[in-house]
Design a protein around this ligand. Sequence first.
Ligand SMILES: [Ca+2]
Ligand SMILES: [Ca+2]
Length: 277
Amino acid sequence: MNVFHIVDTITSIHPGSCNGYTNLTDPWRNRAFERTDWPGYPKDDRLLHNKWWRFTGIGGDRASDNCQHFAGGFIYPRDMVVNYPVNESLTPTKGSAGASSSLCRWDVIPIEWVICPGGFHVFRPLAAGHFQTGYATYIDECLKTSDTCGPDSICTNLNGTYHCTCLPGFNNTNSAEKLGTTPSCEDIDECLEYPCGEGDCKNIPASFECDCHVGYQLGPAAAPPCEDIDECLNSTICGPRSNCTNVPGKHICQCEPGYKATDPSTAPDEDNTCEGI
Ligand SMILES: [Ca+2]
Ligand SMILES: [Ca+2]
């Protein structure tokens, strides 16, 4: 058994083939080198049929997924007009590879994609297609390394560059936010703004927590988060023959007219009940 047979065996075992792909590093694939008379024309990517491949290196690490064309003619290599999967999965996502023509629909072939651990794509053409074609690629800085934008950030690939933004709850402490630069995303200390109301604030990564004072509780939609507890919702809290009044942070119990607490030095409650005078 030679190496190629081993690769075929691995491919058949792993449907997504993150363990059984081959790197494609050809510089001519990169869209930056796109031309009508590209070196070595015609290329023949029919050879890629039914095997798993990964674009990588200076040739680009991502297939062109938007079709562009020269007016009145083909450009080479061709685009793969596909919807990339967004979640890491060994289950392939089916799409199609469309050629660059005036209609972007010349010689469309089915294709499938997988996002492998580490965030890169592998693909498999399910048909051979036209013999005068090669797949176009570009460099997606967001795929190049998982930490292009640094920790606690979101990387967005753009044509020829990339844009970093900080995750919610984090601020970029670099002076100016520029395309193609790595930010310094630091946790926002929300506690500096005293957000809890009647409670103590604890700063945590990407958020904050409130420890509400006695008489207050976290309200699901409260603003600020610590809201008064309405103790009077407990109809027996003041004991019989009494009235309950809710106030911020506490409640007040008073005996009905004609009654007084068993121990008049303290407010009535379930134990210190109101009795007839
Ligand atoms: Ca925080
Ligand atoms: Ca209260």
